[in-house]
Every structure is written in C-alpha cells, then in structure tokens.
Ligand binder design. Structure first.
Ligand code: ACO
Length: 325
C-alpha cells in the first residue's frame, strides 16, 4: 500500500494584491477578480530561491509525519522553476535537509500537473519496494516570468507543498491514480526561449524573450476543464467509486472559473470543491499539495473521506489521484 503519513506547505510572507498589479501594468482589481477569482498572491523575497520554499514545506511534512530527515528513503520533487539549470532541485534539497545518500530526482516540465504525477510515481515505487518517499511540489514562478505581460503575470504566485508517503501508518491511502498527455497541445502554454531550440543569447537578453510565457488562455481554459473532469471520472470508474462517494475534490488552483466549471461538470456543489486560488493565485506544481495541506489543517477532511486530487499543466498533461482518508 502507499499512504500519506505527513502533510506540509509553505507560502512566502510578501502579499501582492490586484491593486499592486494595477500600479505596475494596465489592469484592474475588477478584471482580475472577474476573470480569475484571484485577489492576492504571495511572492518570495529576493533572498529566497526555490530550494528555500521546498525546504520549508518538506520540513513541515516530515515533522507532521513524526519523522526525521534521515528517515526519508527517496525524494521526488516536481517543479518547472528549478534552483539552477542543472543539477536538479532535489539534489540541493537532499543536502539541505540532511537526508542520507538516497535517490533524489526532479520531475520537471509538467507544469501544474507535476505534483500529482510525482505522487503517482511515488505510489508505484512504494508498491515495488516499501520505503518512505518525500514528494514536493514547489514553484517560484515570479522570478522567471515577465512582470510586464499582463495576460500572464497577474495569474501566478510562489509557494510549496509536500507530503511524506510510506507503505502504512498514514492518514490517507492513495487508492488509485491516472495520468495522460497530449503533446500536440504543447504550444498552447510554453516558455519557448532558453532551451536548445532557442538558446539564451545577447538578443534574447536584450528583449527579455526568455521570460515571455506564451499562452493561449482560452484554449488552456477549455483543455483544463475537459481534461480534469474526464480524468476524475476515469479515476473513479477504475477505482470502483462514483462521484457521490467523493467528499472533497482538490483541483489545481489556476482560475476560479475553471474550478467552477469542473465542479459543475462533475455535479458537485461548492462545499465539495476546495478553493484557495483567491489567496495564492496559480502556484504551479505547489498548488495541489498546498491546497491539500490547508484543507487537512482546516478540518475540511474527516477520517473516512474520499478525496480526489486533479491537475492539468503545460504539455498538455493531466493527472488525478484518489485518497481514502
Ligand atoms: N488586465 C486587463 N485586461 C487584460 C488582462 C489583464 N491582466 N489580460 C488580458 N486582458 C485583456 C485582453 O487583452 C483582451 O482584450 P481585448 O478584448 O481588447 O483583446 C481582454 O482582456 C479579454 O481577454 P480574453 O483572453 O478574452 O479573456 P478571458 O476571459 O479568456 O480570460 C484568462 C483570460 C483569465 C487568461 C483565461 O483565458 C484563463 O484563465 N485561461 C486559463 C489560463 C490558465 O489557467 N493558465 C494556466 C497557467 S499554467 C497552468 O496552470 C498549467
């Protein structure tokens, strides 16, 4: 079996409001609120990097599991905003936490679906060989994307979430997970400059092209709604459950309208769909574990509850997981 034995999360202290954005780009609190449901988001301070955010969430999850860092047997970290280009952030985290010389690796580039994919990988690895796996989702998006592009800048925030998984003794069992990819949609959400196809050079630096996130907002919106709702239904069918068995759905927090559309497609009233996008914006791979950590801490989840996680991300990727508390 694969169970979650500890939950953790972290958001930086600095709060950025919609009015703060309106003082920087041509936007308004009303536009952002109506189109996205976002009111505030958190930004890392200048002396923080991705590793710092990951460390806070990881230490909380390890403490919540009543464990020490030396008890962890493997680290899987999901991010699109890595500490350095290479090596991966998991290497730095292994050392920072004082963990043993265990396997540690990143799952990068899956956008906001990264954490749920990583949870599925951790589950499979635990079923293969009993071990304790630290799974982290972390993003420091605002360091890497342009602050001048109003279409994208106002959507995001920084944060981290983590869980510790083990073969038994947990508060939630991961009973099933599903995932999928449609690479034909890679261009609808991409940071295309800075890789091998369009390497970083002086022209790029001058135009800041490496910070320009290219997004077809409407198509991302459509895909997000379709893929999250269909993957939840597939997940439940394969797990032998139905939507009426679900106490709470925790969707990727990209946009309140996307969350509402998924809820209504699944026939769920608002009380069964978790929302914190209003406070944190879209925190990428951190969004689902952060929401899971908060939902548990707020008492939104009771023993016996079936909780469904669902996410979508650049790729186009999607993933869902069923947790039996
Ligand atoms: N402030 C004011 N006006 C803006 C802003 C802004 N911040 N951004 C865009 N606009 C303007 C546009 O220029 C456009 O103006 P025009 O009509 O004069 O051309 C107008 O607002 C409407 O733009 P639309 O794109 O039609 O607005 P829409 O209702 O589609 O909302 C949004 C845009 C919020 C981006 C929506 O499409 C969306 O949420 N899409 C999904 C985005 C998303 O989830 N991205 C995921 C990121 S990463 C991830 O989670 C995997």
């Amino acid at each position: 079996m694969a169970e979650i034995v500890g939950f953790g999360g972290y958001v930086p202290d600095r709060v950025m409001t919609n009015d703060d954005w309106a003082s920087l780009v041509d936007t308004t609190d009303e536009w952002i609120t109506v189109r996205t449901g976002i009111k505030t988001r958190r930004f890392a301070s200048e002396d923080q990097s991705t590793l710092d955010l990951a460390e806070h969430a990881a230490r909380r999850a390890i403490a919540d599991a009543d464990l020490q860092a030396t008890d962890i047997d493997e680290i899987i970290l999901a991010t699109d905003t890595s500490e350095v280009v290479t090596p991966d952030t998991a290497s730095f985290l292994q050392h920072r936490l004082g963990a043993r010389e265990i396997p540690a690796f990143d799952l990068g580039g899956s956008g906001c679906a990264g954490f749920v994919q990583a949870l599925d990988v951790a589950r499979a690895r635990i079923l293969l060989q009993p071990k304790r796996v630290l799974v982290v989702g972390v993003e420091l998006i605002m360091r890497l994307v342009s602050w001048k592009e109003r279409e994208t800048a106002v959507l995001f925030g920084d944060g981290a979430g983590a869980v510790v998984m083990a073969p038994d003794g947990g508060r939630a069992r991961v009973i099933h997970a599903v995932a999928g990819t449609d690479g034909s949609k890679a261009e609808i959400l991409t940071l295309p400059v800075g890789g091998t196809r369009h390497p970083f050079n002086a022209d790029v630096a001058a135009t800041e092209a490496h910070r320009r996130l290219v997004m077809n907002g409407r198509e991302v919106f459509r895909e997000a709604v379709t893929r999250m709702s269909s993957s939840v239904l597939r997940l439940l069918e394969e797990a032998g459950k139905s939507i009426t068995d679900v106490a709470l759905v925790i969707p990727h927090q990209a946009n309140k309208r996307i969350i509402d559309a998924v809820g209504s497609r699944l026939g769920l009233d608002e009380s069964r769909v978790y929302v914190n996008v209003d406070r944190y914006g879209n925190t990428g791979s951190a969004s689902v574990p952060l929401a899971l950590w908060e939902a548990e801490a707020e008492g939104r989840i009771a023993p016996g509850d079936l909780v469904v996680l669902t996410a979508f991300g650049a790729g186009f990727h999607w993933a869902s997981a069923a947790l039996q508390f």
